[in-house]
Design a binder for this molecule. Structure first.
Ligand SMILES: NC(=O)c1ccc[n+]([C@@H]2O[C@H](COP(=O)([O-])OP(=O)(O)OC[C@H]3O[C@@H](n4cnc5c(N)ncnc54)[C@H](O)[C@@H]3O)[C@@H](O)[C@H]2O)c1
Length: 385
């Protein structure tokens, strides 16, 4: 994670977080360890609990605890123990929080302890939905919506890892097949682009006319899902909506069609409809469930759960490097203060800095505007002398 490493090195010399109490409720993984180490190098006192008990890597938790960090996370911990861990972080009275799903900052609000905080960061869409519905007592930076996050995490991360999950589960050759992507948002665009790169013919289904237009102009076929149902060999839902593929679609699909979901929740493929149509259901490979519809069989991957996590390893570390670099710089910005209450976009200078560091880690150099060009562009921005 070279981007985070370079931030950690700067933090170690500048100590921008000296005396700041940081509480993080994140997946306790090796990537997260690098983030909290960077924050600690900047002078922060860091406490960490798990955003999801099933993703905790116990060896990572133990290593961080040995380094003197307060870590409250055990893989498989039950709901009560989980709530106790969040509560312990609340009781310590943090200055800055990091969340992946908003549990920690919500608990601070419920306990009336968020008022004096410098602020928090949020890593997921669903967390931001919760926070926007809350009368926030402090600022929150929407890391999930940063431009670098959209590009690197949603498009390239999901694009690669969703296909990785499908290929690991099925061992299919995508070349020569038709892959249908339902939802052409940031994540869907990545899936479509990468599937094309593997030689698949890609069909896109959308409900947003502009996104559909973009898909068409990118060279993909675009059509309603009911028509695509008759054409696809592999279907990938990535909309964030529910019941995107239902019995109407299943009834039209071809023998052997593969169904996968890369959206956050397992509601995009109507599993009840599929079960109701099936005469027999059997596990034909790990994570591949075959539904016998009489004349055809449809193959559901990972029970309709998010395929890149369930059938592969989620995002590669290089993706989390960018996300967590944004997190680290967002914590630094919050520690400086000055943000009003409410949810705010990550400042553009942080996005630029993360992109610049990522380019540097890839050995890529770019041009900069000359003073003359800067002056010229300023004139167009602001015609007053
Ligand atoms: N698997 C991962 O690692 C990963 C990563 C990022 C996002 N996600 C999830 O993927 C989903 C989409 O995320 P995004 O960032 O691309 O969101 P987005 O809002 O950019 O895109 C979603 C797209 O789906 C379209 N859509 C909605 N309902 C539809 C329907 N019934 N049929 C066809 N298209 C429909 C919308 O018009 C939109 O263009 C969310 O659930 C998100 O949480 C997963």
């Amino acid at each position: 994670m070279p981007v985070l490493r370079s931030i950690r090195e700067r933090f170690a010399s500048e100590r921008p977080l000296d005396g700041v109490a940081v509480a993080a409720c994140l997946h306790v993984t090796a990537e997260t360890a690098n983030l909290v180490r960077a924050l600690a190098a900047g002078g922060a006192r860091v406490a960490l609990c798990a955003a999801n008990p099933l993703s905790t890597q116990d060896d990572v938790a133990a290593a961080l605890a040995q380094e003197g960090m307060e870590v409250l996370a055990v893989r498989g911990e039950g709901p009560e123990r989980y709530a106790g861990h969040v509560e312990a972080l609340v009781a310590a009275g943090p200055d800055v929080t990091l969340d992946d799903g908003a549990d920690l900052i919500t608990a601070l609000h419920e306990g009336g302890r968020a008022g004096g905080m410098l602020g928090g960061t949020e890593e997921t869409t669903s967390g931001l939905v919760r926070l926007r519905a809350l009368d926030l007592a402090c600022p929150v930076l929407a890391v999930n919506e940063a431009r670098t996050e959209r590009a690197v995490n949603d498009r390239y991360g999901t694009g690669q890892s969703a296909l990785d999950g499908i290929l690991r589960a099925t061992n299919l050759l995508l070349a020569g097949r038709t892959l249908v992507v339902l939802g052409y948002g940031y994540a869907g665009q990545g899936v479509a682009q990468r599937a094309r790169g593997l030689g698949a013919s890609v069909i896109v289904c959308e409900v947003d006319p502009l996104r559909a237009l973009e898909a068409r102009m990118e060279g993909f076929e675009v059509m309603p899902a009911l028509r695509a149902a008759e054409r696809g060999d592999v279907f990938v839902t990535v909309t964030g909506a529910r019941d995107v593929l239902t019995s109407e679609h299943f009834a039209r699909m071809r023998d052997g069609a593969v169904l996968a979901n890369a959206g956050h929740f397992d509601v995009e493929i109507a599993l009840g409809d599929l079960a109701a149509l099936a005469r027999d259901v059997r596990e034909v490979r790990p994570l591949v469930r075959s539904y016998d519809l009489g004349d055809r069989r449809l193959h559901l991957l990972a029970e309709g759960r998010v395929v890149n996590l369930a059938a592969a390893e989620g995002h590669p570390a290089a993706v989390m490097d960018v996300s967590f670099a944004t997190q680290a710089l967002a914590v630094e910005a919050l520690a400086r203060g000055g943000f009003p209450r409410g949810v705010h976009p990550v400042p553009a200078r942080i996005d630029d800095e993360v992109a610049r560091l990522k380019l540097a880690s890839l050995g890529v150099e770019i041009d900069t505007l000359t003073p003359g060009q800067q002056a010229y562009l300023r004139v167009w921005d602001d015609p007053s002398p």
